[in-house]
Design a protein around this ligand. Structure first.
Ligand code: FAD
Length: 412
């Protein structure tokens, strides 16, 4: 007599949609627990945004104390905290080391793999996943569910469906869509009754109405070691001049507040301190030593080593005629106001704000409107500055969603 294997002995089949850091990490946790995992991605190859992040050295995570780390998630810290505590930076660096990628703590506490790129890590990871039996199906564009509840895909060979025991969605945000994440899922999930906050650019640049001269002359030049103040928040760092305005680390750190202010008021006023380590009196004293008949740019260059970029930025902020009085000039250097008129488009943003509302998922990241479907990564409604927080959050939520699947399937 033919007998079918007892259901408990059959591996649970889990579909992971999205082969970025969140999806691949979920796949690893599930496969290590014995699940039969299939990873679907709409692109011909996996982990494209991770590889892009590798071009900047791959800032995997940050070494600051966990409490401070979690605070970086602002209003989402309440929900992100337990998820990051369950898979903290120490777990991530141990995982990277396990794949042969030792890490080091760089300037300002950021953590990077010693190789300073993503490709060796991704290569070793894919080999590990293959050994665990994870099947990867590229060129599968997930489009939702059919009337019978099966996952639906568009592939080069036509339409396909899948009916796994559980699903993890890890389809990313909407920035850099050419790398795969387009945010098209937002409509699909909204239609399925899931609360999704509008997707917005995060860690993005802003438009400034530069003069023609400034716009043509200075794009690509960095303002190094400046302090930027918006409202009551002051950050030290670097900003890059672009044809459109400003971008770069210090701008990104203020991005969420500035974005919301522009949405409310139409524009936002940013203050730049070009010499944050010097007091206004010190600057004034140095400027006063220069002969009064010199041009403003000569006085600034000789007294304070101001570059043409810095001098011209002062003109953009304060008008062509810079003050002759040393004290007034010093004050102008300590506070140069710029009006930011719009955030740059999401297609060029480092990350995405908005996404699946935390109220739409339980503590295991399962959609309450769609039991058996979990979400992970940047598609959840959190945002954080650059500094390794984005990847850490993506990896950690991938782990949590996978552990949630295991609990639901009675496998943990
Ligand atoms: C230029 C750049 C540099 C960055 N540098 C850093 C850094 O140094 N440190 C840091 O912490 N973060 C960095 N980030 C951010 C970080 O890369 C992302 O936060 C992270 O990749 C998000 O992971 P994820 O798995 O949620 O989504 P993604 O990495 O976007 O992966 C989602 C996957 O889902 C697939 N997908 C989307 N829709 C579908 C669909 N309908 N069907 C099937 N598949 C689909 C996509 O093709 C993609 O492969 C950087 C981002 C950019 C753009």
């Amino acid at each position: 007599m033919m007998t079918s294997p007892a259901p408990t002995l059959m591996a649970a089949r889990v579909a992971v949609i999205g082969a970025g850091p969140a999806g691949l990490m979920a796949a690893q946790v599930l496969a290590e627990a014995g699940c039969a995992v299939t990873v679907y991605d709409r692109m011909p190859s996996v982990g494209r945004k991770l590889l892009m992040a590798g071009r900047g050295g791959l800032n995997l995570t940050h070494s600051e104390p966990l409490e401070a780390f979690i605070r970086r998630f602002g209003p989402a810290a309440v929900r992100m905290g337990p998820l990051i505590e369950a898979y903290p930076p120490s777990a991530l660096t141990a995982w990277a080391a396990g794949l042969g990628q030792e890490t080091f703590v760089g300037s300002s506490g950021r953590v990077f793999p010693k190789a300073l790129k993503a490709s060796p890590l991704l290569r070793a990871w894919l080999t590990r996943l293959q050994a665990l039996g994870v099947e990867i199906r590229p060129r599968h564009d997930w489009t939702g569910w059919n009337a019978k509840g099966a996952l639906t895909f568009v592939t080069p060979d036509g339409k396909a469906t899948a009916t796994p025991d559980a699903t993890i969605l890890a389809v990313g945000g909407a920035s850099w869509p050419k790398l795969g994440s387009t945010g098209a899922w937002a409509k699909v999930l909204a239609k399925a009754g899931v609360a999704v906050s509008p997707l917005k650019p995060a860690n993005a640049g802003f438009d400034v109405a530069w003069s023609e001269l400034f716009r043509d002359r200075f794009p690509g030049e960095p303002l190094k070691g400046v302090a930027l103040t918006f409202g009551r928040v002051r950050v030290r760092g670097e900003a890059m001049v672009t044809r459109h305005g400003l971008e770069g680390g210090a701008i990104y750190a203020l991005c969420a507040d500035i974005r919301e202010a522009i949405a409310k008021d139409g524009s936002a006023r940013l203050w730049i301190d070009l010499r944050p380590d010097a007091r206004v009196e010190e600057l004034a004293a140095k400027l006063a030593q220069q002969p009064a008949n010199q041009s403003a740019s000569n006085r600034l260059r000789k007294a304070l080593h101001m570059t043409p970029l810095e001098t011209n930025l002062l003109r953009e902020a304060h008008g062509k005629e810079l003050p002759a009085d040393p004290a007034a000039m010093a004050a102008a250097i300590k506070g140069a106001p710029l009006t930011l008129t719009a955030i740059r488009p999401i297609a060029r943003a480092i990350s995405t704000a908005g996404g699946v509302d935390f109220r739409a998922v339980d503590k295991d990241l399962m959609l309450t409107a769609r039991p058996g479907v979990f979400v992970a990564g940047e598609m959840l409604d959190w945002e954080a500055p650059t500094g390794g927080y984005l990847l850490q959050a993506s990896f950690a939520t991938g782990v949590s969603a996978a552990r949630g699947v295991l609990r639901r399937l009675g496998l943990s």
